[in-house]
Every structure is written in C-alpha cells, then in structure tokens.
Write a protein that binds this ligand. Structure first.
Ligand code: B12
Ligand code: SF4
Length: 501
C-alpha cells in the first residue's frame, strides 16, 4: 500500500525553544516500510500545507495517517482529514499518538466520518496491521484500533524497541530541527514509559506505568546513525537504571561517537545516579531539563511528585558540580496572584538555571482531568498547550497573562539579554557560519511569541472543535482505569506494576 504519514504544524512552544523531529511517526514509518509498504512522510512543522498537497497529488496514497500527540493539533488534523476525504473518498484516513489515545471516540465523532480509525497506544505493531486489514474492512480486528462503528481488542504493548529504529531518511529538511543551542539536533529514544505517577502527567497512564529499555548496543547504533551533532533524548526520565545508562555510554564510547546531548530526568534520579550523569558529561551531556514543578513541598505532594524541595535543591547542586546547563520547569497554578508570580521571578533570578513556566492544564488521561474540582473555563483544543489558562484564574485573565508574560520575559531576558547574548555570541556566530539560523532566530522571536494580548485574544477565536466534557469531578480515581496499555503482569495478577514511590 502507499501510505502518507503527516505530522501536524508546530505549536506555540516550538516557535521559540525547540522544534523536534516526529520520532513516533518515523518509527511507525519504519515498521510500515519493513512490512513492504511504500511510505512518504510530511512534517508540517517544517513543510507548508501546499507542499503536503503537492506530494499527496503526486503520490496518490491509499492511506493517510496523522500523528496526534498533542491536543492543540486536533482541529488542524480533523480539517486535514476532511480535505483528504474530499479529494480521495476511498483513501483510508487514520490517526494515532499520545493525546488521541485518550479521546479516540470523541475525535472520531467530531470528524464526522472523515477519520476511519484511531490507533490507541503504540503504533509500530498496529499501523501495518491496520492498513493490511483495510481492504477486507476488518479494521476492528486490530488491537488498539477504534472506528466509528466500534473498537477492536485492547492495545498491546508489543515488539522490541530495538526493532523499527526511526526512518529518519524519509522526512527531509532535518536542519530545521533544534533544541536551544543544539542546532541542528536529532531525537533518540533509550527507554519508553515511566514508573512514577504524577497527577498532572499522562506519560504513566499511556504506558500503564511500565518502563522498557532499548538494549545498549541498539541504542548506540541508533545514535551512530544520527548525522546531526546534537541529540535530544526523548525519554521521560533518563537513566532511571544507572547500569543501562552506563552500558549505552560505553557502547557509544567504543564506537568513538562524539555528540552534544540534551536530556530530561527527575531530580531524585540525578541525585541517586550522579555517577552515570558524570560519565555522560564526559561523553557530551551539556544540557538537562529537570521537572522541579513546585517550590514548596505541599505543591510537590499535591502533584504526587514523590520528591521534595530538599532533593530538588540537591539535584541543582549536583548539576552545577557537573557543569551541565540546566533548564527547570515550574507549573504556574491558575490560582496564583501577583505576589506568587513575584516570588517565582525572584527565585528564578537568584538561581543560575534557565527557568520555564508552564500553566497547570488538566489533560484527558491525567488524574487531574478526573479529580480537578474546578470547572474548565474553555474546552478549545488549541488552548491546551500549557501556555494558556484553561481553568478559571484567581486574577482576571488579562492580569494573569500579564503576570505570566512578565515572568517569562524576566526569565528569558536573564538568558537572552545583552549580557547573556555576549556569552552566546560565539555560539550564535558558529551557527551562522554553518547556515543554522534556528537558534539565532529564537533569540529575537521572544516578544512575538510571548505576548499577553495575543494569549488573551486566543480565547476569543471562534471555536469549531472542543474537548469532551469532563465528567463530574471525583475525589479519587482508580488509577489502572486510566491506562491505555495495560501491562500483562497487571492483567494477570490484578496488582500494581513496578511502582517507585
Ligand atoms: C518531543 C516531545 C515534544 C515536542 C514535540 C516533538 C514532535 N514534533 O513530535 C514538543 C517540544 C513540541 C512538545 C511539546 C509539548 N509536550 Co511533549 N513530549 C515530547 C516527548 C519528550 C517525546 C515524544 C517522542 O518523540 N516520543 C517517542 C516516540 C517514539 O513516541 P510517540 O511520539 O508517543 O509515538 C508513539 C505513539 O504515540 C504512536 N504514534 C505517534 N504518532 C502516531 C501516528 C500514527 C498514525 C500512529 C498509528 C501512531 C502514532 O506510535 C509511536 C510509536 O509507538 C514526549 C515524552 C515521550 N517520551 O514520549 C512528551 C509528551 C508527549 N509531551 C507532553 C506535553 C505535556 C507537552 C506539552 C503540552 C508541554 C510540555 N511540558 O512539554 C507541549 C505542548 C503540546 C501541545 N501544545 O499540545 C506529554 C503528554 C502530552 C499530552 N498528554 O497531551 C508527554 C508524554 C511528556 C510528559 N511526560 O508529560 N513535546
Ligand atoms: S516522573 Fe512524573 S512527570 Fe515525569 S514522566 Fe513520570 S509521571 Fe510524568
């Protein structure tokens, strides 16, 4: 079959700090190719819509698959699906990815027949089976598949992660992918899933709190295939198991691979496994993202972060000792007033780290989607990007955004201001010499992207597609009921999986 895979357009976040390759779609592509299908891929983060339609015309696909990892992309994908059906009514249109896995029936409903199937959960096994089942109309025989007419068996956690290494060659325009100063940068996956259970996060519910590792040699092989000098590790929590991190590192060192790395991890993991991060520092680990989330222990407990402000402070000390540049994320509560924003600004100015602020957002698939007693103030998909307030704010919305943007600006100026620019001038010049302008453009784009008026006006845009109504708030939720993938040992024993806390 001829299959066209499409990643939707860039999000607000990606306009500034990063634009990353669609790794999930590249893995699905790899699996389809291995099954003998012809595959093309268009990433609308780096291609225009008219370029996609030109390819559509020329390739005339039998099936088009859209990636829907992000809620904010749902309206665009539904509209594209409708256009595909209008141009080629017989074409199979399907979608898959993180967010759509939690709201499959709702999205099918909203698409009004333009989407034939949603693949819930991992796509590597399901996608080839889906396109092969299509001629017989047997879509619902495929695990994880939901159609307007009904659902197939539950999604299966399947396959070895070392199979279907990403088909990075089919995308194109790879020099457009970057993260901060790692420009250009590729993405690589060393592990999948997360055994923790933070209340605001859906990483653990998607994978049923399971955690799988790519074997060290295969991980090194994947890094070896990357041409870019920068590598972003997409693992939710890097190096949970220190020996796995050490073995991958050794395999990379044996192959003489030299890259610059950016990863995400938890503070307690960094403190506990300092040695593995020290080793990776030698291999080129220069940047790290730490989810601090809250400056108080009560806040951390409320998020069930299973960490403490002490541990967070220790983690920052470790990172400073290692000489790694750290970006921190804090979650802004819609309940914050001016004083709380001011406290965050002061704290952020006192620490040398880069501080990001995201707005607390209940996503389908998270526990707070069910337990959040406050009513959503909007269900417009496009606002669910953690940069907009979708819950009622204590401050009038206009003032909330004014404070948010003022804080973002203070934080950005700290790193992008004149003094910091002088420090980064060498990096910028080097990038320009190599024709890489993503990083340099990012430095100047801040005001266009973070603008309180623009954020407020986004709430007034006409709404064509909305998220499902959340049920009545509940005080507790049976966590297993949130899982997309139910790990085998859970279905067998009916007990919790390798939980950490
Ligand atoms: C890279 C990344 C980004 C990049 C996107 C890059 C890109 N173009 O894909 C950027 C920076 C833009 C981004 C932004 C955000 N992200 Co993000 N991101 C990730 C991250 C770290 C890696 C994604 C990845 O490549 N994974 C590896 C691949 C192999 O897995 P995958 O993409 O899920 O794909 C598999 C399946 O989903 C499925 N699949 C995917 N696409 C398709 C398509 C078809 C047709 C089919 C059949 C199957 C399929 O098959 C794939 C293989 O099994 C994940 C965490 C993670 N480890 O997955 C978070 C994650 C997806 N992001 C998350 C969040 C919260 C966000 C943000 C809201 C804020 C934030 N804090 O990062 C924003 C904004 C999103 C929005 N506006 O809606 C959450 C969940 C999102 C949600 N519930 O909606 C995650 C799980 C992180 C977390 N722990 O909270 N993110
Ligand atoms: S540690 Fe918490 S926030 Fe991070 S991926 Fe796991 S559940 Fe999500």
């Amino acid at each position: 079959m001829r299959v066209l895979l499409v990643h939707p357009s860039a999000l607000m976040y990606s306009e500034l700090y990063l634009r990353l390759e669609p790794l999930g779609l590249e893995r699905v592509a790899s699996s389809l190719l291995a099954h003998g299908h012809q595959v093309r891929m268009v990433d609308l983060q780096v291609y225009r819509h008219d370029e996609m339609w030109a390819l559509f015309q020329e390739f005339s696909p039998d099936a088009v698959g859209f990636s829907l990892n992000y809620l904010a992309n749902v309206p665009e994908v539904i509209d594209l699906a409708k256009s595909v059906k209008a141009r080629r009514p017989g074409c199979l249109v399907f979608t898959g990815g993180h967010s759509v896995s939690f709201i499959a029936e709702h999205v099918l409903d909203q698409a009004g027949g333009a989407i034939d199937a949603v693949v819930r959960g991992e796509g590597e096994q399901a996608a080839p089976r889906l396109v092969e089942a299509a001629p017989d109309g047997a879509l619902t025989e495929v695990p994880g598949v939901v159609t307007p007419g009904g659902a197939g068996p539950a999604p299966q956690l399947g396959g070895r992660l070392e199979d279907n290494l990403p088909a990075r060659h089919i995308g194109g325009r790879r020099r457009k992918y970057f993260i901060g100063v790692l420009d250009p940068a590729a993405s690589v996956e060393f592990s999948r899933g997360c055994p923790w259970d933070c209340s605001f996060c859906s990483a653990w519910t998607f994978y049923g709190r399971s955690y799988r590792k790519v074997p060290p040699e295969a991980a090194a092989e994947d890094v070896a295939r990357v041409r870019e000098p920068g590598v972003f590790l997409v693992d939710d929590v890097a190096f949970i198991q220190p020996e796995h991190g050490m073995e991958i590192g050794r395999a990379i060192e044996r192959r003489g691979i030299r890259k610059e790395y950016y990863l995400e991890t938890r503070c307690d993991i960094l403190v506990r496994n300092e040695e593995v991060f020290r080793y990776w520092r030698r291999l080129g680990l220069n940047y790290m993202f730490l989810g601090i989330e809250s400056l108080t222990d009560e806040g951390l407990d409320a998020f069930r972060k299973r960490s403490s402000t002490d541990v967070n402070a220790k983690a920052l000390e470790v990172a400073r000792r290692l000489g790694v540049t750290v970006a921190i994320n804090l979650i802004a509560d819609p309940d914050w007033d001016e004083a709380q924003f001011e406290r965050v600004r002061q704290w952020a100015m006192e620490v040398p780290e880069i501080v990001h602020l995201t707005v607390q957002t209940p996503y389908p698939g998270t526990e707070i989607w069910h337990t959040e007693s406050r009513r959503l103030s909007t269900r417009d998909y496009r606002l669910f990007d953690v940069q907009h307030a979708v819950l009622p704010t204590r401050l009038p919305l206009e003032r909330f955004y004014a404070e948010l943007v003022k804080t973002q600006a203070v934080l950005a100026r700290k790193h992008l201001g004149a003094a910091a620019l002088a420090q980064t001038a060498g990096i910028a010049a080097r990038h320009l010499l190599h024709g890489q302008t993503n990083f340099v453009r990012m430095i100047w784009k801040f005001q266009k992207v973070y603008n309180a008026k623009r954020q407020l006006e986004d709430h007034w845009a006409p709404v064509h597609y909305e998220l499902p109504e959340p049920g009545a708030p509940v005080s507790g939720v049976e966590r297993g009921s949130l899982y997309v993938h139910v790990p085998l040992r859970l279905t067998r024993k009916g007990t919790g999986v390798g939980a950490v806390g």
